[in-house]
Structures are given as C-alpha cells and as structure tokens.
Design a protein around this ligand. Structure first.
Ligand SMILES: *[C@@H]1O[C@H](CO)[C@@H](O)[C@H](O)[C@H]1NC(C)=O
Ligand SMILES: *[C@@H]1O[C@H](CO)[C@@H](O)[C@H](O)[C@H]1NC(C)=O
Length: 181
C-alpha cells in the first residue's frame, strides 16, 4: 500500500454525495409545478380519480392501479389527501386569491399545496368521511386559521381594523374560541 492514501477517499466521498441526493424528491420552490403541456390549471389538475374503481367495484383479478407523477402530475413535490370512505368537499386558495374547489368521492386524491389556506368539509352528516393525509415530512405541522386569528390573543382593535369591522363584532367571534391570554 502506498503511504499516501488520499486517492482512496475521493470515491467514498462521491458515493455519500450520491446517496444523499437520491433519498428524497427535492423541495419545490413554488406552490405547485405546472407541467409544460398544461395550459389550464383548475381543481381538476389537483384531483386524482383513478383509484375510485377498486372502492366502488371489486376487480375480478389482481389489479394494480398507479397514482404516480405520470397519472397525477400535480403530485410533483406535494403531500396529499386520500379519501378512503364517504364524500368530502375540499378547497384551497392560491396566492392570487383564486379558489380551487372539488367534491371528492371515495377513492379520490386531492393535493393541497404546502402552506396554502384550505378546508375539508363533510356535508353529509349522516355518513362519516375518513381520509388519510400523507405528508412529505415526518413532523408536518398544521395551523388552524380561525384559532390562530381569534384564539391567540391578537388585540381586538387590530383585528377589527384588519377585518374592516368593529371591536364588538370581533369580540362576538372571539367568544366562540378559547383565547390564550
Ligand atoms: C401532457 O403530457 C403527458 C405526457 O406526454 C400526457 O400524458 C398528458 O396527457 C398531457 N396533458 C395534457 C393536458 O396535454
Ligand atoms: C378544468 O380544465 C379542464 C381542461 O383542462 C376542463 O376539461 C375541466 O372541465 C375544468 N374543470 C373545472 C372544474 O373547471
């Protein structure tokens, strides 16, 4: 063995760099990625209905249905909601204040781009809806807008100005929340 072992280190370092770079998809730096051949982006783009069939009819043979970037291009860099029972009305608002609404059926998937205001509503009170949220992070946090705004102790006068209303109205809304001191 030659005493100078430096050349042996180089391939090992490169290998580690390579392994690190293939562990996960890179974070995206926009709310969502628009494929180059898509001209209209509406709520249909953020919805995947290809998995409805196995939920509504039994396939006669073993069947694999994919939901990858090819079938569901909106998936790029995103987390998603997967409705496994019931129905759910969902929507999010993008940074241009456009709303993307969808009525999901069992088996549907929907993308909420990270950090955008959104809701999920089960209008059918007789039937519970069950959905799985899958996040790209092992420790994803959530922020409830009503709680953050009206339950966090922000000054009533500031809220009244922000919502273009009076302090009494703000206090009436706040009365429905447990306010932090
Ligand atoms: C965009 O291109 C992909 C891959 O070629 C194709 O599967 C998809 O249908 C196209 N979408 C539109 C809206 O043209
Ligand atoms: C969304 O755009 C597509 C065309 O890309 C159209 O077929 C579809 O009806 C639109 N959906 C909504 C909810 O506007």
């Amino acid at each position: 063995m030659p005493s100078n072992s430096t050349p042996n280190f180089l391939p090992i370092l490169l290998l580690f760099t390579f392994i690190t770079s293939i562990q996960s998809d890179p974070d995206i730096i926009s709310d969502y990625i628009t494929p180059s051949n898509f001209t209209i982006i509406n709520s249909t783009f953020f919805t995947y209905t290809g998995l409805r069939t196995p939920f509504h009819s039994n396939p006669p043979t073993f069947t694999v249905t994919k939901a990858t970037l090819t079938e569901f291009p909106a998936l790029n860099g995103q987390s998603l909601l997967f409705l496994i029972s019931g129905t759910l009305e969902v929507a999010f608002v993008d940074n241009k204040n456009a709303i993307y609404e969808q009525k999901l059926r069992t088996g549907d998937m929907f993308i909420f781009p990270k950090g955008l205001v959104h809701y999920q509503y089960n209008r059918n009170h007789e039937n519970p809806a069950v959905a799985i949220s899958a996040f790209g992070s092992a420790n994803a946090g959530t922020v409830s807008i009503p709680n953050s705004v009206f339950g966090s102790g922000i000054d009533d006068g500031i809220l009244a100005k922000a919502f273009k209303t009076d302090v009494a109205t703000i206090q009436r809304i706040k009365s429905g929340f447990i306010t932090n001191p």
